[in-house]
Design a protein around this ligand. Sequence first.
Ligand code: LRH
Ligand code: MN
Ligand code: MN
Length: 429
Amino acid sequence: METVIAGDVVDKSNAAREQALKADYAVLGEQLDRRGIAIDAILKKVEAFGVAIPSWGVGTGGTRFARFPGPGEPRDVFDKIEDCAVISQLTRATPTVSLHIPWDKADPNRLKQAASRFGLGFDAMNSNTFSDTVGQKLSYKFGSLSHADAGVRRQAVEHNLECIEIGRTIGSKALTVWIGDGSNFPGQVNFARAFERYLEAMKAIYAELPQDWRLFTEHKMYEPAFYSTVVQDWGTNYIIAKELGDKAYCLVDLGHHAPNVNIEMIVSRLIQFGKLGGFHFNDSKYGDDDLDAGSIDPYRLFLVFNELVDAELAGAKDFQPAHMLDQSHNVTDPIESLMLSAIEVQRAYAAALLVDRKALEGFQEANDALMATQALKAAYRTDVEPILATARLNRGGAIDPVSAYRASFYRKKVAAARPAGAAGGGGIV
Ligand code: LRH
Ligand code: MN
Ligand code: MN
């Protein structure tokens, strides 16, 4: 397997940190032991944990107002895969890439080859019927899968089938459908009819889904439509998954809800009824901000993972959520941001594994609200960094991925080969 960052750069970076890490791991091990937790068991679970990198995340994003390209941005999907390989090599937490079509359209066999060179696989395929591409016959300006015109709907269905076809060749096992369909004015669309048309179109896509695939539908409250959106919330999303069938699940993008919505509770409901498909992890303060995971509200991320671990330990039915990031980086090097985001997601998982669930249940039964919430806080407050860093080290990654990355001068090197401003795909969504 090929690596992008020279082995001696990682080794040198690790050598300077390994002794301190060993000591920190031993101290944490002792602390956890006193709480009846075997640190090595947690380490094993963390080592097995993975989150997918969105191909569109490795380029500099932008806002509605401007995009400020950074040096050495990926020119095409093959450069994006190489950047993802860097993230994977240093964090050992991101074994897969999630592609977006047509942004990442290329010969599927070449895509597969490019990824397997670095030991990478592919997570869910993403279709795009929220923007028009060059040469496209009909426009999505007024919608796609719910469009009033059957011809547009057919075109959008065909596009999704093409995504499945590409995915089949490259070894993906899921399709994520997010549409921008909706309206900007009261009266612009008939809510029920638009949803009916959407369901009919989705049924046509579902009918072509391979046996071992899953279909994820992603809800979002608003944007680009600012009055109404066809798939606006988890309730509508649940209806969709129920209407379509057993292979259909809901995808939760953390940034797609109204402010203050209790997302961890949505997660719990979807798990309980066997319809949680996966996540787009990111963070936000106001809307779909696509900020780095855990950068604004790390406790919320922990609470989401508290639900996931609860389900994992309880052996919940049909429970194999896809973990994916979905972020846009405007002021940081996307590789650095994505490495730290993957680690934040892993951190939330590790901390959630430390919750004393038996004690928590006892406090809940006894209506001891204070102690119940402290049971969560005790886990959340534990600094699990020595576990995360040891997991990286054991698997050949970097104890401190950002330092190793900076020491490699990767960005400077690729900037010489990748001309400025040539980046494609991944805009303001
Ligand atoms: C929509 C979204 C969806 C898209 C991605 C680029 O806001 O979250 O997942 O595919 O952004
Ligand atoms: Mn998303
Ligand atoms: Mn989004």
